[in-house]
Design a protein around this ligand. Structure first.
Ligand code: ADP
Ligand code: MG
Length: 365
């Protein structure tokens, strides 16, 4: 198996007018599962294609272990790729589809190939489908065939490009677990691309967040969730999204106050908090996650602000409570805290849960 290292990897299109991937540095350990996540157009597919050898970098290198593979042809790289649209040959049977990759890349006898295909089909639970054609299969079955075909090649690096996007929600959850199980079982290094932050949170050993071709942050999912380095990551990771409010910060010897007059927001920060952060007087963007907001149905005067309830959405265990603080401000409250539309509620959050972002750079201070 292989460690994958991307070193200042860059891809420009249209004579440099489009920078799809902007000097990306990323290392994926041997056997590690790294999810690359970001909005549509941020450069995920281009990155993956450069690792596969399907796209030539403008500059930078790709290493598998200590070997520079940047100039090595896709066919010679020990990678297998799984796509959203399955990429199965429509006129071939499942058996032929699965055997095809083996014919291309290994020196197996026909018998050995058949045996391998049967083994993989059994593992993927599709042994009854071996004589079917792809258009006779459901989306989930096609994806299993595509996965089985990829694994059959015994790749050192497994590349996934939004493989579950065409499946319904229930099947997606099932396949998510299955892909992780396979990857760990085979100990293969995996790079998994998705625009879905939930997939990224649940699947990777680590996630790498891309925006506009640039790497924003790499880390374990909970680390990124708790300590996003900037406003983009804070807003992108986590569902429902973090709330943001513009605030004025005023420091004094003993601490600081955070205010937004329009929203009626008033929050005192401890001296300890101020010492731990690079705070000056001025404008910031405050971020607070919906689950870190405490609502009081009979405001006491101790809250950080008061707000009117717009809509309440019960989601079973909890309620989503939409507030008028900003256009799109959401609190997540336990089932027994269920105000009604039009109610005035107290809104509080502890200082250890707030994030303050520099409005110029977006960076967490
Ligand atoms: P993602 O997979 O994250 O949606 P892509 O890697 O497909 O993003 O694309 C990144 C950027 O590069 C986009 O702006 C896209 O339009 C552009 N791009 C991708 N492939 C090409 C190409 N062959 N020619 C020109 N521009 C491209
Ligand atoms: Mg893509």
């Amino acid at each position: 198996m292989a460690r994958v290292t991307l070193d200042t990897l860059r891809k420009e299109f249209d004579r440099g007018t489009i920078v799809a991937v902007d000097d990306l540095d990323l290392e994926i350990d041997d056997g590690e599962f790294v999810t690359v996540v970001g909005p549509s157009g941020c450069g995920k597919t281009t990155t993956l294609r450069m690792v596969a050898g399907l796209e030539e970098p403008t500059s930078g290198t790709v290493h598998f272990d200590d070997e520079d593979v940047t100039d090595i042809h896709a066919k010679e790289r020990p990678v297998a790729m799984v796509f959203q649209n399955y990429a199965l040959y429509p006129h071939k049977t499942v058996r032929e589809n699965m055997a095809f990759g083996l014919k291309m890349s290994t020196e197996m006898t026909t018998e050995e190939r058949h045996e391998r295909v049967r083994e993989m089909a059994e593992m993927m639970g599709i042994e009854d489908l071996l004589d079917d054609k792809p258009d006779e299969l459901s989306g989930g079955q096609k994806q299993r065939v595509a996965l089985g075909r990829a694994i059959a090649r015994e790749p050192e690096v497994f590349l996934f490009d939004e493989p579950l996007s065409n499946l319904d929600a229930k099947l997606r959850t099932e396949m998510r677990a299955e892909i992780q199980k396979l990857q760990k079982e085979f100990g293969v290094t995996a790079m998994y691309v998705t625009h879905d932050q939930e997939e990224a949170m649940t699947m990777g050993d680590r996630l790498a967040i891309l925006n506009d071709g640039e790497l924003q942050q790499v880390g374990e999912p909970t680390e990124v969730y708790q300590n996003p380095v900037n406003e983009f990551v804070a807003g992108f990771i986590g569902s429902p999204s973090m709330n943001f409010v513009d605030v004025d910060v005023e420091t004094d010897g003993a601490g600081a106050t955070i205010r937004n007059e329009e929203a009626g927001l008033d929050l005192d920060l401890s001296a300890e908090y101020v010492r731990g952060h690079d705070l000056r007087n001025g404008r910031y963007t405050l971020g607070i996650r919906p689950e870190n907001i405490v609502l009081d149905e009979s405001p006491s005067g101790d809250e950080n602000l008061r707000s009117t309830v717009e809509v309440v959405e019960p989601i079973g265990s909890d309620n989503y409570v939409h507030l008028t603080v900003t256009e799109d401000f959401l609190a997540r409250s336990p089932a027994d805290v269920k105000p009604e539309a039009g109610d005035e509620v107290g809104v509080s959050f502890a200082e250890e849960h707030i994030h303050l972002f520099d409005p110029e750079t977006g960076e967490d201070v």
